[in-house]
Design a protein around this ligand. Structure first.
Ligand SMILES: [Fe+2]
Length: 390
């Protein structure tokens, strides 16, 4: 693996500033002023409003006399029309900056609004690799979950309702000017959301760590998240108000985001996609189901890295062969999923066995993610992984 890394040129993407820490949300007014914003559009979803999380943003803005407008109609797996609608409100209300508050969907919509403020058309016109011509208006991204890492990536994912597919905007202009990561905003996350989003962050870290596209940056940035998630996700799940556990989960999600934004994802995300589109399963849950099965398949492609994953997840690998140690990584993931009450068997979600061919077809459509995967896959392999997951 190291020879591969040394022979490549590696990009590294990150926001201009990351303000991380307990209470950091209270600095949002100063950050918006520093960016030259006078009237931000707050982009969020009904869940954030219902959980009273908006106060953490609205109060500092009000206290410093800044006016603002709120768009709170973000939907999960956000359709393109939601981004366009929010962008219309931005213009109608004469806003000059954007603050995204929420999970990955809200942050992605906020990114879209910021670039649509300075680029013509619909968000669908900006999909693809670096299609955004002009830098958007200033934007601050504030996650209320610990998982997607969207606050630090240049990626935004939307649903094209015309053919029910996912479309992706990759652009340096969608990177946040400031990511404000305040673990306080994650304290009220329900158990299942804590579990699903937390495993998503673990998948980001593990997939990037074993990836053929791993970089010196992503290697370093993936290691600590693997360790922290193994240790603190069960604690955050068991006791949502445990600030130490929430702190390390927020840190892990943001760092894993930085890792995968520069390294890359693999077959776990590829094979999880059809579960999301076919059965509307949350992104994190579909990744959690596929993770141990894909890892088992992948072991032979990167045994040293998987052995390191086992060790990072707290397994004693002393005296074991590399292969034996690598197998313990799968065991560690299975134990973690059990501890947070996530089944990794498709049958437990009411998915019929007859759907495996359909899933296989859906997984094959994501084959661009097979390129960085540490072991090659063909249709037969994909089917076998779904069968093992069943
Ligand atoms: Fe993900």
């Amino acid at each position: 693996m190291s020879g591969l890394i040394e022979s490549k040129v590696h990009p590294f993407y990150s926001p201009t500033k990351i303000l991380f820490g307990v209470g950091s949300a209270s600095g949002v007014d100063e950050e918006i002023r520093l960016l030259g914003g006078r009237k931000p559009l707050i982009v969020t979803d009904p869940g954030v409003v219902k959980a009273d999380l908006l106060d953490a943003v609205v109060k500092p803005l009000e206290a410093s006399g800044l006016s603002f407008s709120v768009f709170s109609k973000v939907e999960p797996e956000p359709p393109a029309r939601v981004v366009d609608e929010a962008a219309d409100q931005f213009k109608r209300d004469a806003c000059d900056s954007v603050i995204g508050v929420g999970g990955g969907s809200s942050l992605d919509v906020a990114k879209g609004v910021a670039v649509l403020a300075t680029n013509q058309g619909s968000i669908l016109d900006l999909c693809g690799m670096e299609q955004v011509k002009r830098k958007g208006v200033p934007k601050i991204l504030m996650p209320t979950t610990a998982g997607t890492g969207s606050e630090v990536t240049r990626v935004l994912v939307i649903t094209d309702e015309s053919d029910n597919t996912k479309k992706v905007v990759y652009s340096i202009h969608t990177l946040a000017d400031v990511a404000i990561v305040d673990p306080n905003l994650t304290l009220s996350m329900p158990k299942s959301v804590t579990a699903d989003t937390g495993v998503d962050a673990l998948v980001h870290a593990v997939e990037t760590y074993v990836s053929a596209n791993a970089t010196p940056f992503s290697d370093v940035l993936a290691q600590s998240p693997i360790q922290w998630i193994a240790e603190y996700l069960p604690v955050a799940w068991a006791k949502g108000s445990n600030l130490t556990a929430r702190y390390y989960m927020s840190l892990a999600a943001t760092m894993a985001g930085l890792a995968f934004a520069s390294g890359g994802l693999g077959a776990v995300h590829a094979l999880a996609y059809p579960l999301g589109t076919e059965y509307h399963m949350p992104h994190g849950r579909s990744n959690a189901i596929m993770l141990p099965h894909v890892m088992k398949y992948n072991l032979s492609g990167s045994p040293e890295k998987y052995a390191a994953v086992a060790e990072l997840m707290g397994k004693d690998v002393e005296g074991l062969s590399v292969r034996e140690a690598a197998e313990l990584a799968v065991e560690a993931v299975l134990e973690l999923l059990e501890a947070i009450d996530i089944s990794c068997r498709l049958r437990d979600y009411g998915i019929p066995e007859e759907d495996i061919p359909k899933l296989t077809e859906g997984g094959m459509k994501q084959s661009r993610l097979f390129v960085p995967n540490p072991r090659d896959l063909d249709e037969k392999d994909v089917r076998a992984i779904y069968e093992a997951a069943y």
